[in-house]
Design a protein around this ligand. Structure first.
Ligand code: PMP
Length: 437
């Protein structure tokens, strides 16, 4: 309460985002599908926090598991020691992954997962005598967090331009946004495997023997819900296989039920060499992430190039007991409530609601998959306007939380959302879109 009474003192030392200073918005509570604001209003969560609270907020089983774990054992070192919940969680998570992704590294965030995966890729390649493979390939408009690795492979130029390239050679495959636009064709992604052929061009340009890995978000989330063209990810897999290049799927957003399957690997039926996750792993309750890979990659990475010493890799908080307890209870909640496939059963309802907004002013594209969606608004002369941000502000005042990036409004509600709440979300969005100019 002190902080909300004295915003000035609070925001001087801390804000992640300058816009906040002009427009302070404070949440002080959260339960199921709603946040409570500092001024006592209920806001329907249309974004699962930051794409993470997939089971909703304040779920009893998760809260209880965290409380019990703090009381029972707050912390256990991750090196030379362990604790049973870390092993139980590793077993349950790897059982959710397709073969051969049967090993896991724990991290504390999506950014750490990405940097870990890039490091594993380099270590693995070196270990198998492919030490010249040091280049990485990302995608334009890919988002992979804020670590040096993540911003380098990430396809958002603004996030990395003042730092230069932090890795030993990075290229970005062209985005396929024009193809990912559904316009108003209602979720019929277009064919576009040929877009992956750009990877062949890069292989020819640099030689396969210099490329360690390709990293992509199966569906790019943060840059506006960009759904890949049909066949694209499968073709990337083929080209990587033919050229000894590892393929990494960054499933920080798509993991844990967002698309109506446990992971995007299931939805697209493509098995990469590594999968990075975070967010939904604990439903946002405690920071945690994970990287999945096959035993052969795990062993080669941990053995190092000379196979003599075991590599040191991990974090003070890898497999933190409280995070593991939260993750296990989150998995229980997902399973008991069928949440990992719930997005599939709601997908049509979600799509109908979303597409009912297509006649609102300035709407030029709507796209969706599972329980993820985007509404793209008209730019002016190709440059982003403040329209989407105005929509965000009005939506917040009207009691719904949405997310914006440039001219795009992104939606990714908790997977527990009801049909009535979907109606409420889109009903209020209609009012918002009609009100902004
Ligand atoms: N990868 C993807 C695909 C993400 O969406 C995000 C976060 N939005 C990250 C990585 C980074 O995760 P974190 O913010 O937990 O570091």
């Amino acid at each position: 309460q002190a902080a909300t009474n004295n915003l000035e003192a609070f925001w001087m030392p801390y804000t992640a985002n300058r816009q906040f200073k002009q427009n302070p918005r404070m949440f002080v509570g959260a339960k199921d599908m709603h946040y409570t604001t500092a001024d006592g209003r209920q806001v329907l969560d249309g974004t699962a926090g930051l794409w993470c609270c997939n089971a909703g907020h304040g779920r009893p089983k998760i809260v209880e598991a965290v409380q019990n774990q703090v009381a029972e054992m707050d912390y256990a070192p991750a090196f030379q020691m362990g604790h049973p919940k870390a092993f139980e969680l590793a077993a349950r998570l790897t059982a959710m992954m397709p073969s051969p992704l049967d090993h896991v590294f724990f991290t504390n965030s999506g950014s750490e997962s990405v940097d870990t995966a890039l490091k594993i890729a380099l270590g693995y390649q070196r270990s198998i005598g492919q030490g010249t493979r040091t280049r990485f390939i990302g995608r334009e408009r890919g988002y992979h967090g804020t670590g040096f690795g993540g911003i380098s492979v990430g396809g958002i130029v603004a996030n990395r331009k003042q730092f230069g390239n932090m890795l030993n050679g990075v290229d970005h495959l062209p985005h396929t946004h024009d193809l990912s636009r559904n316009a108003f064709s209602r979720g019929e992604p277009k064919n576009g495997a040929e877009y992956a052929e750009e990877l062949i061009r890069l292989v020819q340009l640099h030689d396969a023997s210099t490329i360690a890995a390709v990293i992509v978000e199966p569906v790019a989330g943060s840059t506006g819900v960009l759904i890949p063209p049909v066949g694209y990810l499968k073709r990337l897999r083929e080209i990587c296989d033919q050229n000894g290049i590892l393929l990494i799927f960054d499933e920080v957003i798509t993991g844990f039920g967002r698309l109506g399957t446990p992971f995007a690997v299931d939805y697209f039926d493509v098995i990469p060499d590594m999968v990075t996750t975070a967010k939904g792993i604990t439903s946002g309750v405690i920071p945690m992430g994970a990287v999945f890979c096959a035993k052969k990659i795990y062993d080669a990475f941990m053995d190092g190039p000379d196979h003599l010493i075991e590599l040191f890799h991990g974090y003070t908080y890898s497999g933190h007991p409280i995070a593991c307890a939260a993750a296990l209870a989150t998995l229980d909640t997902y399973e008991e409530e069928g949440l990992l496939t719930r997005a599939a059963s709601l997908a049509q309802y979600w799509e109908d609601g979303l597409h009912s907004l297509k006649d609102c002013p300035n709407v030029i594209d709507i796209r969706n998959l599972g329980l993820i969606g985007a509404i793209e608004l008209t730019p002016i002369d190709g440059a982003p306007t403040k329209r989407a941000f105005s929509a965000f502000l009005k939506a917040y005042d009207d009691g719904i939380l949405i997310r914006t990036t440039g001219d795009i409004i992104a939606l990714s509600p908790p997977l527990i959302i009801s049909e009535a709440q979907i109606d409420e979300l889109f009903g209020k969005l209609r009012t918002v879109l009609n009100a902004i100019d």
